[in-house]
Write a protein that binds this ligand. Sequence first.
Ligand code: AR6
Length: 167
Amino acid sequence: MPEQIKIVEGDITELEVDAIVNAANSSLLGGGGVDGAIHRAAGPKLLDECRKLGGCPTGEVRLTKGYDLPAKYVIHAVGPVWDGGGHGEDESLANCYRNALQTAIDHKIHSIAFPAISTGIYGFPLKRATEIAVREVREFLDKHPQIDEVLFCCFDDRTARVYEETL
Ligand code: AR6
């Protein structure tokens, strides 16, 4: 695997990277899962900034500051809700990874950490989502050597095992 890609197990809010990616919903106003954890750790100014953004469509991303997080930025990505696989879910998920990485390039972000977008509350099958995440990150890094480090942050053992197998 490209040496820039690493798997880490744990809480994404603790990572000292330039940007962490949030698995947000299209309101960008917070929620459960990793989104809730990021808002709690970043503090209330994050929600103030998110309110000004007016939401975000599925597959797109929005950048905010990280406030009280160790990460300087949060890239909020809106993953698809799993609906059987025949409703463009794969392409929307791929767009989240591509758009987040392009936003990193645009803002001179050199290290970025992703959670397993859509695989929790949104119900996307983990193996299928992981294959998309790994493929998109690899393809992007081939073209953009400016990014030094991409972390896949796995919150539980099962997710970490699937990432290890896929990589
Ligand atoms: N650090 C890293 N990963 C985490 C953390 C954490 N602190 N907490 C959970 N995960 P989910 P989704 C993992 O449900 O499926 C929210 O309500 C989790 O174990 O957070 O994209 C939003 O507002 C799983 O592997 O996101 C949306 O409404 C992965 O993060 C909706 O959930 C994604 O799970 C988005 O659902």
